[in-house]
Design a binder for this molecule. Sequence first.
Ligand code: PFF
Length: 462
Amino acid sequence: MAKEKAREQWGSKIGFILAAAGSAIGLGNIWKFPYVTGQYGGAAFILVYLICIAIIGLPVLMGEVLIGRTTHKNPVGAFAKLTKSKFWMGIGGMGVVAGFIILSYYTVVAGWALGYVYEAIAGNFYSFSAPSSAGAHFNNLIGNPFWIVGYFALFMLLTMGIVFSGVRNGIEKGSKIMMPILFLLLIILVLRGVTLEGAAKGIKYFLHPDWSRISAESVLIAMGQAFFTLSLGMGAMLTYGSYMSEKDSIPGSALSIVTLDTLIALMAGLAIFTGVFAYNLKPDAGPGLIFHTLPVVFTRMPGGYIFSILFFILLSLAALTSTISLLEVIIAYFVDEKNWERKKAVLVFGGITFLLGIPSALSFNVMSGVKFFGFNFFDFVDFTAANILLPIGGFFISVFIAYYWGFKNALPELRKGAERLFEKYPVVITFWKIFIKYFAPVLIFFVFLNSVGLLKIIRELF
Ligand code: PFF
């Protein structure tokens, strides 16, 4: 049923790398990474996170892209093509469902970023002497259902507009424009941060590990963050890999994506913590770090007006290159498997995701009293997707490659486009096999088992 000939491909290798890095780099890097680092011990947490990225993130990313490129299909179609097994197709289907769920609440937060671009331009950052008053302003905004649903709708429309135009003309072109702007903005913000008087304290916080802060809990948080930040476990990277050419190297591209994602997270942390420490604010504000603490930094910082605008534009762009990848997972499924027109699929499923996201948006106001297993709706879907569906997806992707599809079939595919690399460094294959076969499934299983324990932590966070 699939229309293989009509299927789109990336125009270039760099187009794929920028689009996939765009998916990876998002709210997870600029909003979440700095605040979890602030809560779980600064440099010590960063080291654990980097280890997780290297031994789980990179190998699983290579695996997801590999399944996509081998089959040139969406997550369900990919498993169907390789196995004909209903079970594995179900795993792919879970990815599509996770895409729906994550897109629905992620875009709500992305809408806040967009709303804050306006707040910054309107100069609403100039009356805050303390995080508590900035926090009150923020709570006021998200407490207004029209504000929150309005910006959510606007962000959803932007996402749909890009995916509507297709893989090459929409996602690739958009990423090629947005990603360089994002890098440039972040470089400007890091330079501003490190040249502030008192920035050294923030840099020190980043470089000096306090090992006493490392616990089983922070290791689990670091692993979950590694997954989320690399868009793993739900077929986003599989879908992007499905538009990749056999001529391009998967290990090389995956390494570039992971390096860019990590670099951006570290730079975002540096830009934020230099400001936070320069003005003697606290790094452990949690999810409110950006919306409660940062506005105070901008109020006090020379040139804060302009830097606040740049920061929230950066956050919005980062979120947009991620939301398009989430929507694309859903669209690829309906285009490949159900033969839908792309444009029609975007309109229908963009609309459905918007409806699905409304209870998340209302969790901060009219529905704040409605609880699901002790969570409000937003926290409930966030927890289910990020801490349950993604680790299960990642676990099965590594198990699938190592124990079901088998390295006998996987390696010849991985070799395509990477012949020279494997000739020169055959050890890359050895490492990948060990990580996919043992490290990734065992460690992910561990994360998953402990997700239940994470309930408590998440409740404390929000
Ligand atoms: N990687 C994105 C971030 O760090 O913000 C979040 C994300 C995007 C997760 C796409 C999953 C996904 F499929």
